[in-house]
Design a protein. Structure first.
Length: 564
């Protein structure tokens, strides 16, 4: 009986103890012996545990990042990493709730089994991607295409530079992997490569095709013995070797076709006058034969066909517009207007071309209502037509070229016909202000064979005769316009200059052919101008005014110097 009472008392005591233990662990406190990342949170409420963990939070771990041999070390917090103490405390709460009666009793008497919960971490993948992208931004490269160039030493097309693959570091993949394993302290950023669009191997085939076209190419004009030949270097200028293949250079093709036809065409010759013993003598007309424009396509195709090295241009006959029977009686014509220019300080070559062009224009006749073409009246500017080398404006420079000085004659013809009141159909200016045409600035006309012409229409009501008087000794050229007596009067105003642009500083270019220390000027400075001239024509009470505008580029002086 006594033993039973003791048993009852023991049970009561144990029950009381358990009740006390339960009471001790009430109020949402964590069980004794629990810790988070080594910080004891046993007996604390959730709020108290979170505050303690925030106070004793360990620094973010260091993460080593590698990408193609390069290494960086950053704090994990710079990569979107953050410790999640709440999740760790929640785990401790679940452990508290799961403890059985015996474990609780052990906790009461200080014999609870310790249990540590790691800090849970999360990674913001977007933040990690942004950080990793910033690190590798300078490492990303675009693929480089191979290139083709023309080697001026070998006179062949070559693959000039090889291709290289592009490289892109996949920050997104690395960020995703890191977010899946926030405990990781290393990140490897993978790299992706992709091929260039145009590789050296691809271009080599096009180079071979382009070089197969480098051969002399000859043309003849059907029905004549006229021939022309393009050199391999001239042929090379007619197409490009590009990543997409051999591509014709259409403007260059058309220029070459025009030059060839200009060389081999047999121009029509209208009846005209020429001087003989101081008298005007009639010259009979001659039919011409010229290449048909349809020959261009055949020329283009043949140039791009390595199996062909020559072709025949289809031709057509051109009938003269003015026969000898239609020439006017020169003795009954009246002097309408005279154009004048001077060419002091011209070289011997320039004087030769002025004299030759003036002689060929002399005696030209423009029929009633017809048009005057300077190039048609002159003929081609070739050695075969009597022209020699001289300074011309070409490619933005003053350089040696065939026919320098011809523009002295075209300018003087323009002054004569413009002063006579003829409507201007085509007039081109020089690139810069030329001293030979002073002081009548802007009152000039440039020509270039082929394609740059001076054209005016004969609206005088009768035929026109153009004569020239060239005085080499006094460097003076006259062009006279003869026709039926005119009732109209023409007044040409001096140039009105709208603005002026200063010329750029001089340019110095090394010329290995010059002696060391020597200097040679090859181009001369001129300011730029925007100007116009006006012409007032009065006839039968009717007054008409027109304007001819000119824009001169500012021109740079250029000096060639010997090597130092």
């Amino acid at each position: 009986m006594k033993f039973w009472l003791m048993g009852v008392s023991a049970v009561a005591l144990l029950g009381g103890a358990l009740a006390m233990g339960v009471a001790a662990e009430s109020g949402d406190k964590l069980a004794p012996g629990l810790s988070v990342a080594g910080v004891d949170v046993g007996g604390l409420t959730r709020t108290q545990a979170l505050a303690l963990l925030d106070e004793r939070a360990a620094a973010a771990p260091q993460v080593t990042i590698t990408a193609d041999g390069k290494t960086w070390t950053l704090g994990a917090d710079q990569l979107g990493w953050s410790a999640d103490a709440r999740a760790s405390v929640t785990a401790a709460e679940r452990a508290t709730a799961a403890r059985n009666l015996g474990e609780k009793l052990q906790g009461m008497i200080g014999q609870a089994q310790p249990q540590d919960f790691p800090v849970t971490a999360t990674v913001d993948a977007a933040a990690a991607k942004a950080a990793l992208s910033t690190l590798t931004a300078s490492l990303n490269t675009q693929p480089k295409n191979a290139t083709v160039a023309f080697d001026n030493k070998t006179l062949k097309y070559v693959v000039a530079t090889s291709d290289a693959p592009g490289r892109r570091y996949d920050a997104a993949a690395a960020a995703t992997a890191y977010a899946a394993t926030p405990k990781s302290t290393t990140i490897q950023i993978p790299v992706k490569e992709w091929k260039a669009q145009h590789t050296a191997a691809d271009l080599q085939g096009y180079v071979t095709q382009g070089n197969a076209l480098l051969r002399p190419f000859g043309v003849t004009l059907d029905g004549t013995a006229h021939k022309g030949v393009l050199t391999p270097l001239q042929v090379a200028n007619l197409y490009w070797v590009r990543p997409e293949g051999v591509v014709p250079d259409e403007p260059a093709m058309k220029r070459a076709f025009a030059l060839l036809t200009n060389y081999i065409d047999q121009p029509v010759q209208n009846a005209r006058f020429t001087s003989a013993d101081g008298k005007l003598v009639k010259v009979k007309e001659k039919a011409g034969r010229v290449a048909q424009q349809s020959a261009y396509q055949a020329f283009r195709d043949a140039v791009l066909d390595p199996a062909k090295s020559s072709m025949v241009f289809a031709s057509k006959k051109v009938v003269p517009a003015l026969t000898v029977a239609g020439l006017p009686d020169a003795s009954k014509l009246t002097l309408i207007h005279t154009g004048v220019s001077t060419y002091y300080h011209s070289s011997l070559e320039r004087r030769t071309n002025v004299a030759n062009a003036a002689a060929k224009i002399n005696g030209a006749v423009v029929p009633v209502g017809g048009g005057f073409s300077f190039l048609d009246s002159l003929g081609s500017i070739t050695e075969g037509n009597g022209f020699v080398g001289g300074l011309i404006i070409s490619g933005g420079r003053t350089v040696d070229g065939l026919g320098g000085g011809v523009c002295q004659v075209s300018t003087t013809v323009f002054r004569a016909l413009y002063g006579a009141g003829l409507p201007v159909l085509e007039r081109n200016q020089h690139s810069y202000r030329v001293g030979y045409y002073e002081p009548q600035v802007g009152f000039e006309a440039a020509v270039y064979d082929p394609g740059v012409d001076l054209k005016l229409k004969n609206d005088t009501g009768g035929p026109l005769l153009i004569t020239t008087v060239n005085d080499d000794a006094s460097s003076r050229l006259e062009v006279q316009v003869w026709g039926v007596k005119q009732t109209r009067t023409v007044a040409v105003s001096p140039a009105v200059i709208l603005n002026r642009t200063a010329h750029p500083p001089a340019k110095y270019v090394t010329n290995a052919a010059l002696r060391p220390g020597t200097t040679k000027q090859v181009d001369w400075a001129q300011d730029g101008y925007n100007l116009y001239i006006t012409r007032t024509i009065r006839d039968a009470g009717v007054v008409k005014t027109d304007k001819t505008s000119t824009v001169y580029k500012p021109w740079q002086a250029v000096y060639e110097v010997g090597p130092s």
